[in-house]
Design a protein around this ligand. Structure first.
Ligand SMILES: Cc1cc2nc3c(=O)[nH]c(=O)nc-3n(C[C@H](O)[C@H](O)[C@H](O)COP(=O)(O)O)c2cc1C
Length: 362
């Protein structure tokens, strides 16, 4: 239960961190979309670790398309994609199997599944499951790209260091220049230094990612339980470690007056626009046609090498734990491509529901 997302463009994810593979089945993709493994691989590569403060686990994450593509085009059948897990080392997890990691899902998963859950590497509660999201997102991005919709994301804050604001038009290009996905190179360097210092202090950091979708037409969303923002938030909350999602001005609206928050309508090239975008591109659960702007708060990584008090759930006794093994000091940079993927998947589903993407592409 709970591993399928979407109505017409559905993604079903499976695989555990230390199991055989990470995989996804995409159903509802129209036939005739040119697609090969390289399209998916280039997105999967963006979330691979490799920078300072990211896990030492080295996975090739080589994408295989198992079904749904023939002669370089989607067939309309379910598309199964997977990456085999190669660099598995469960030693650290076996040793501390019953010592609950504070801040992780060990206690809740043990309770829900009666201890049968695959605990190795966090099992289904590992950040590695987001590889499946990114593979599905690669297809969604191609589909919505045909409508002129462009989705990207960037790091706006890590450990309290805020990136200086940039012009919307420059963010995508600038953020792609450094592994932190921060559009300001000086702030990126500061963030990288802080991550290194925090790792040395056996601790971790959180931060904020901003997702942007340009070219989303007005009118997407299915009020009231299929709201554009509600469904996006649901998809973004499926990213492990995400603790907050806010559109446009977000929580700041609470302290604004109506005269400050209201986005005034205007005309530009015969089209209705708003002069500001405090709404973040959504009103009444329906896209406004303005850029969709969503901020995602990512918590500091739960697994830290610093000693912490906890409970051994088998002995039902207090114990202490310092989490060894391979972990990201800061999840934010690795989650940036995942935010893009989940936005693309959700927008693609809405575009199909609105009839904007035909069932057969020519
Ligand atoms: C890309 C990515 C990498 C992650 N890496 C780690 C990690 O190395 N160690 C860790 O404790 N949590 C990591 N997480 C977060 C945990 O999976 C998450 O905190 C845990 O499942 C509990 O869920 P919650 O924080 O959403 O409540 C990662 C998450 C993502 C998206």
């Amino acid at each position: 239960m709970g591993n399928t997302l979407g109505k017409l463009f559905t993604i079903t994810c499976f695989g555990e961190s230390h199991g055989d593979c990470m995989a996804v089945v995409v159903d509802g993709c129209p036939a005739g979309l040119p697609l090969d493994e390289a399209d998916i691989q280039q997105e999967a590569d963006k979330r691979r670790p490799g920078t300072a403060g990211t896990t030492e686990r080295r996975e090739p994450d080589k994408v295989e398309i198992i079904s749904g593509v023939h002669d370089g085009h989607t067939t309309g059948a379910p598309i199964c994609m997977l990456c085999w897990n190669k660099d598995v080392d469960s030693g650290a997890y076996e040793k501390n199997r019953f010592a609950l990691r504070p801040g992780h899902a060990d206690y809740t998963a043990f309770t829900k599944y009666g201890g049968f859950n695959d605990f190795r590497g966090g099992g289904r509660f590992s950040g590695r499951i987001t590889l499946a999201y990114v593979m599905a997102g690669a297809i969604a991005r191609k589909l919505i790209g045909r409508l002129g919709i462009d989705v990207f994301a960037h790091t706006v804050e890590i450990g309290g260091i805020k990136a200086r604001p940039q012009a919307l038009a420059d963010i995508k290009e600038k953020a792609s220049q450094n592994p932190l996905w921060c559009a300001d190179p000086e702030d990126a360097a500061k963030m990288a230094r802080l991550i290194e210092q925090t790792k040395a202090a056996k601790d971790s950091l959180g931060g904020i990612i901003e997702g942007v979708a340009l070219g989303v037409p007005a009118g997407l969303g299915e009020p009231v339980f299929g709201n554009f923002d509600g469904e996006l938030a649901k998809a973004l909350f499926a990213i492990p470690a995400v603790k907050g999602v806010a559109f446009g001005a977000g929580f700041a609206v609470a302290n604004m007056k109506g005269s400050e928050n209201n986005d005034l309508y205007d005309m530009q090239d015969g089209k209705i626009i708003t002069r500001t975008n405090h709404a973040g591109g959504v009103l009444g659960g329906i896209s406004t046609g303005m850029p969709v702007i969503v901020r995602v708060a990512v918590k500091p990584t739960a697994s830290i090498a610093r000693g912490q008090e906890t409970v051994d759930i088998q002995k039902m006794a207090r114990t202490s734990l310092s989490v060894t093994g391979r972990h990201d000091t800061c999840i934010v940079p690795r989650a940036v491509p995942v935010v893009v993927a989940m936005m693309a998947v959700t927008i693609c589903d809405f575009a199909l529901q609105a009839g904007l993407i035909p069932r057969v592409l020519t």
